[in-house]
Write a protein that binds this ligand. Sequence first.
Ligand code: AMP
Length: 506
Amino acid sequence: MKENLLYDTLLAPHHGRQDLFLECPGGEDVTYDGFLRQAGQMAALMRRLGLVPGDRVAAQVEKSTAALALYAACARAGLVFLPLNPAYTQAELGYFLSDSSARLMVCDPSRAAGLAELCKDLGTQLETMDTAGGGSFIAQATEMEYDFQTVPRRADDLAALLYTSGTTGRSKGAMLSHGNLVSNAESLARAWGFEQGDVLIHALPIFHTHGLFVASNIILATGGRMVFLPKFDLDAVFAALPSATTMMGVPTFYTRLLADSRLDRVATAHMRLFVSGSAPLLTETHAQFADRTGHAILERYGMTETSMNTTNPYDGARRAGTVGMSLPEVELKITDPESGDPLPQGEIGQIEVRGPNVFQGYWNMPEKTAAELRQDGFFITGDLGRIDEKGYVQIVGRGKDLIISGGFNVYPKEVEQLLDAVDGVRESAVIGVPHDDFGEAVFAVLVPEAGVTLDPNAIGADLGQMLAKYKQPKAMVSREELPRNTMGKVQKNLLREEFKTYFNAS
Ligand code: AMP
């Protein structure tokens, strides 16, 4: 009988194992036992700090083995893990901390002074953690006993709160339960043939569903190990390839690998699987990668709210430009955006999904939850797609005008609101424009007030104070007006067309 679904399924089976869980080139490797002991100490510390099951634990820290142990500690202690992108500015953090009423915030020591007042006002305890084993949280945890009485948690108890960007500029906290995470990890591990001998190159961030849940939970579910890299670094990836078996990445990883002359069949001979997701993989990238290495990249599709929904087959044709079929436990249908009725096979409509992977709703936002999560359990993903004649799902667009730059989501509205507030700017439109390295780059079209000449450098510097780097426009141009349709809506499709070769010549 599993008392704590996530911990007992993914973590507890590894207690006492002296083999490697995290291989850290240039740093200290971590065994399964060492990892679980550290997590046990952290769980004990959080109990001593007064946290009780259900409390939210925010973490804005650089990727490290301790940061991953904090996730395991939260699972064990029945706490809700809330990882945050280190790129978020202090202004952005204020919203996440107050909306979630996080009881504890763990941040990098360099940020502690800046956050002290905010945390004090919100009644959030503040502790620190760095990537070298330092910081107040780790120092106190080291003093604790390893043994910790695991807190019982059922399938529908919350394990994590992951914030997505909102179209209105407001982020929404997606509530993910123990059942959501465990079911997806087990399903993916089966679908992709993972087993204990697997070695995964982990170069993704761990504040996002891809690196935290898809990658790490699959390895935990099957007992293999990860080459745990602080970030995607070509030399480190090439050094890891000869002993690794799998890699998960965003499309940018693959375009960068392709740009390196070391990529060939010999370099990838030990690998059995390359997975891509979080943004569309170009058909050319898929073809070029197959040409150079003999490996057909396996593309899958998911999102913060649902973890993974579809995957190309492990055994069977991996079709470029598609995200494959729904996972066995997931139902997927294409519906008419107006009526919500299912559309005939082959037609484009909104993608809806239902299954044990679908989240519990948005934190503190019952109306948003009701608008996107139907009573019958289907979640309206906001993506537009179709199912082709062979049953593969193709994503044709993002209903919400989401921009995905380097694997990170940028909602235009959030950037537009800040640009519109700049002196001399009448209005703005923010779009995604093709970019060789980032997939899409954030691009702003500004309309100045009459008689004003805008200075993009000065505007860019101002935005730098307010927005994470990946959300900042890579270029800005001025126009006398924005193209609009008869309903007054800005026609972003025309802007995308006009600027599509701004960064890439073809
Ligand atoms: P996130 O919540 O950050 O994981 O972003 C989810 C969004 O990324 C989805 O709603 C899709 O729009 C997009 N996405 C994820 N995987 C793919 C893929 N393989 N192809 C196209 N878009 C994708």
